[in-house]
Design a protein around this ligand. Structure first.
Ligand code: 13P
Ligand code: 13P
Ligand code: MG
Ligand code: MG
Length: 375
């Protein structure tokens, strides 16, 4: 029977602004999942990245199970009560609806689920990013699954040489899931043409062409498309299976050394470099820089190992320094040009009203008839 890995994450309140959840809040969520999960979960892990709490659950109920989604929703509702008692900032921030209706899609929390035939060795990675959006994973996933310069496995492994199938979603389409399937290596340039716009086209999943197995899944929710106004960034989670017919763990981690610029940081409105951080890290400078954690696991018969912290290795200290330098460079130009997101991304903030008011002040200048031109 297939094993399902479900990750459901939400920001339900944090200390000192959007920095990180309190221990009491984390404990409340963990205790709830442990209690309620006794009958329906094989195992679970609860962790935080910035102000977001992610619940990883293993079970046999398949994707979109009302039992599993209901468990996570109720854990966040219970946590929100604690957040309110403590006066945490943004208590219940990502719980956008009152009543639970079967699954968390469209309700605020982000969800990723993988239904897998468990391999005898089943290593996988749980990435959680804060102060950014799902498009942040376009760059590392493209390199890890389509670029032999990053991933020698694409040359060395016969199965990986058959390439991968990318399912890419147009997240601006709110009436339903608008997706396209493209295969690497044949359609590399088509994939690149879409992925270069990470605010609109987002990798949803990646599949092995050799075996049909699913390799990766990204949470593609866009909060502003649900709430119709700015409520917080769509801080994404992602599951990636590694080794054997998939890229090695190191091939998946390596692209994060580029410290690429992503949408996020202060008020969800800026371009800032993405910083790989330790599990449980909090947010700081300029409500950022946007951060990403990676918990590496193996799972057997649904039982998880303890998480290993993939970005706590000393190698990443140098990358973090580079991120700091890149963040300071970008911040030097304040709100000008490339430092901030384009208008289309800011339209859910108050600036729309301000520009609307200012627009009324514009006048078309009357140009006096010119008399100096030669007939
Ligand atoms: P080991 O020899 O340590 O198993 O590593 C194999 C590998 O391919 C790592 O990328
Ligand atoms: P979060 O989405 O992580 O809550 O951050 C919101 C924000 O605007 C920080 O400046
Ligand atoms: Mg927050
Ligand atoms: Mg957050």
């Amino acid at each position: 029977m297939k094993l399902t890995l479900s990750v459901i994450k939400a920001d339900i309140g944090s200390i000192g602004g959007h920095i990180g959840p309190s221990q009491k809040l984390l404990t409340a969520v963990k205790t709830f999942v442990a209690e309620r999960g006794k009958d329906c979960l094989l195992d679970y892990y609860v962790g935080s990245t910035g102000d977001d709490i992610a619940i990883l659950m293993t079970h046999r109920q398949g994707s979109d199970s009302p039992v599993i989604h209901g468990l996570a929703w109720d854990a966040f509702v219970t946590g929100t009560r604690v957040a309110k008692q403590q006066g945490l900032y943004g208590a219940g921030q990502d719980l956008l609806k009152e009543a639970f209706s079967g699954n968390v899609h469209g309700m605020g929390p982000a969800a990723v689920e993988l239904e897998i035939e468990e391999r005898p060795n089943e290593p996988f990675l749980l990435f959680a990013a804060d102060k950014t959006d799902p498009g942040a994973f376009n760059f590392p996933l493209y390199l890890a699954f389509a670029d032999a310069m990053n991933t020698p496995g694409l040359i060395l492994s016969p199965k990986m040489s058959k390439g991968f199938r990318f399912v890419i979603m147009d997240v601006n389409h709110t009436a339903g899931d608008r997706v396209i399937e493209l295969v690497a290596p044949e359609q590399m340039y088509d994939i690149a043409a879409l992925l270069r716009d990470p605010e609109r086209y987002v990798i949803e999943s990646i599949w092995s062409r050799a075996t049909g197995e699913q390799a990766a899944r990204v949470a593609t929710s866009r909060l502003h498309n649900i709430a119709g106004r700015y409520t917080g960034k769509d801080d994404p989670v992602m599951l990636v299976r590694t080794q054997m017919n998939f890229p090695a763990t190191g091939e998946v981690l390596a692209p994060f050394a580029a410290a690429h610029y992503v949408a996020g940081g202060m008020r969800g409105s800026h371009n800032m470099p993405l910083m790989p951080v330790a599990l449980g890290a909090t947010t700081s400078y300029f409500d950022g820089p946007p951060l990403v954690s990676c918990a590496a696991f193996c799972v057997h018969d649904g039982r998880l190992t303890e998480p290993l912290d993939a970005f706590s290795h000393p190698f990443w200290d140098e990358v973090r320094h580079q991120v700091t330098r890149k963040a300071l460079d970008m911040r030097r130009q304040g709100f000008f040009g490339a430092a901030m997101l384009p208008m289309g991304e800011l339209e859910y903030t108050g600036i729309t009203e301000k520009l609307g008011e200012l627009d009324k002040g514009f006048k078309i200048r009357q140009v006096a008839a010119r008399t100096d031109t030669a007939a």
